[in-house]
Design a binder for this molecule. Structure first.
Ligand SMILES: *[C@@H]1O[C@H](CO)[C@@H](O)[C@H](O)[C@H]1NC(C)=O
Ligand SMILES: *[C@@H]1O[C@H](CO)[C@@H](O)[C@H](O)[C@H]1NC(C)=O
Length: 355
C-alpha cells in the first residue's frame, strides 16, 4: 500500500517537474525550484478537452462536406450529365430531377453541419470559461490556517487571477460572438437557399422540356456557385482561423493556469512557502506573461474581425449587444433582394406552370 502511494507521488512529481520546467522556460520566468515531493492532481476538467475534441471533429466534418463543391456542382449539373440518357427523354427527365434534388439536399445537409459546428464551438468556448473559473476557485482550497502575511499574499494572488479570469472570459466571448455569429449566418443562408429551391419545385412546377431543363440548370449553377462563394468563402476561412488561433491560446493559457495552481498547492502542502512560494510576493509579475498572451489574442481578434469592432462590442455588450448582428449583414449581402423571384429571367419564368 505504501509503496504504491510512493510510486504514485513520484510519478506525479516527475510529470509536474517536467511541466513546471517547460512552462517556466516558455514564459521567461526565472525557474522556480520545484519541491521534491509534490502531490498532484489533474486540475483541468475532462469536459474541457472533450469539448475541444468534439468541436474539432465537427470542423473536420464540415470541411469534408464542403470539399470540392465547385467541381461537384460542375460535374453534377452539366447538361451532358443531366442528359446522360439522351434520346430516351423519360429517363433523362428522371435523371434531371434526381440531380436537382441532390443539389437541394446538399444545401440542407450542409446547413445542418454548419449548425453542428456552431453549437460545438460555442460549447468549447463555454467550457473554456468554465474551466478558467474552476481553476480560480481551486485557490479557495488552499488550507486556511496560514500566518496573516501569507493570507494577505494569497488574497492578492486570488485578486490577480480573478482579474485575469474576467479578461479571459471577455475575450473568449468576443471570439465566440464572431465565430458563432458567422457560422449561424452561413447556416441560415444555406437553409434559405435550399428552401427557395424546394419552393420553386413544389409551387412553381417546372416544365420538363429540353430548353427549360437547360435554363433551370444554368440558373442553379450560377446561383449556387455565387451563394456558396459569398457565404462560405472568405468569411468561413476567417472563422476557421479565429477558431484555430483562439483554441491554441486557450489551451496554452489553461495549462499555465493549471501549473500555477499546482505550484501553489505544492508549497502549502509542505508548509515551506518561504522558500517555495516566492512568486506569491509578486502576483502581477507572475501573471504578466499571461496578460500579454491575452492582449495578443485580443489584438488578433480585433484585426481579423475588422475595424476594432470587437472592442466596440465589448464596451457595449450587455446594453445593446443585439443591435449589431454580423449575421444579418452577411445574409443581406449574399441573398439578393427577394431571391429568387427577382433573379429569374423572363425566359425562365416561362418554364414554370405556376409562376
Ligand atoms: C453531387 O452528386 C453527389 C452524388 O452523385 C452528391 O453526393 C453531392 O452532394 C452532389 N453535390 C452537389 C454540389 O450537388
Ligand atoms: C459551464 O458551467 C455552467 C454552470 O456551472 C454549466 O451549466 C454548463 O453546463 C457548463 N458548460 C460547459 C460547456 O461545461
Amino acid at each position: 500500500m505504501h509503496s504504491v502511494l510512493l510510486i504514485f507521488i513520484v510519478l506525479n512529481c516527475l510529470l509536474w517537474c517536467f511541466q513546471g520546467q517547460t512552462a517556466s522556460v516558455s514564459s521567461n520566468h526565472p525557474r522556480l525550484p520545484m519541491p521534491l515531493h509534490s502531490i498532484s492532481a489533474e486540475h483541468i476538467s475532462k469536459d474541457f478537452y472533450y469539448a475541444i475534441e468534439k468541436s474539432d471533429r465537427s470542423k473536420d466534418k464540415l470541411q469534408r462536406k464542403l470539399l470540392h463543391f465547385f467541381e461537384n456542382l460542375q460535374k453534377n449539373l452539366t447538361m451532358s450529365t443531366v442528359l446522360s440518357d439522351f434520346g430516351k427523354s423519360d429517363t433523362s427527365a428522371e435523371n434531371y430531377i434526381v440531380r436537382i434534388h441532390e443539389l437541394l439536399k446538399f444545401f440542407y445537409e450542409a446547413s445542418n453541419v454548419f449548425e453542428e459546428f456552431s453549437n460545438d464551438v460555442e460549447k468549447f468556448y463555454e467550457a473554456s470559461k468554465n474551466s478558467s473559473h474552476a481553476l480560480l476557485l481551486k485557490l479557495r482550497q488552499v488550507p486556511t490556517a496560514q500566518p496573516k502575511y501569507v493570507k494577505v499574499l494569497l488574497t492578492n494572488y486570488f485578486a490577480e487571477m480573478e482579474f485575469f479570469n474576467i479578461m479571459f472570459s471577455e475575450i473568449v466571448n468576443d471570439a465566440m460572438e464572431y465565430t458563432v455569429g458567422t457560422l449561424t449566418a452561413i447556416q441560415k443562408i444555406f437553409f434559405y437557399y435550399a428552401e427557395a429551391q424546394s419552393f420553386i419545385l413544389h409551387n412553381w412546377k417546372l416544365k420538363l422540356n429540353l430548353e427549360c431543363r437547360e435554363l433551370y440548370v444554368d440558373f442553379l449553377q450560377h446561383h449556387s456557385a455565387k451563394i456558396f462563394e459569398c457565404a462560405a468563402g472568405h468569411n468561413l476561412e476567417l472563422t476557421y482561423d479565429v477558431y484555430a488561433v483562439t483554441k491554441l491560446n486557450v489551451k496554452y493559457i489553461m495549462k499555465q493556469l493549471e501549473f500555477r495552481i499546482q505550484r501553489l498547492f505544492n508549497c502549502f502542502i509542505f508548509g515551506s512557502y518561504a522558500i517555495q512560494c516566492t512568486f506569491l510576493n509578486n502576483a502581477d509579475r507572475d501573471f504578466e506573461n499571461l496578460f500579454i498572451k491575452l492582449a495578443e489574442l485580443e489584438m488578433y481578434l480585433d484585426i481579423k474581425t475588422k475595424t476594432g469592432l470587437v472592442s466596440v462590442l465589448r464596451r457595449r455588450r450587455g446594453r445593446d449587444a443585439d443591435e449589431f448582428t454580423k449575421a444579418d449583414s452577411i445574409i443581406d449581402k449574399c441573398l439578393l433582394n427577394d431571391f429568387p423571384r427577382n433573379q429569374i429571367s423572363n425566359r425562365l419564368k416561362g418554364c414554370f406552370y405556376n409562376f
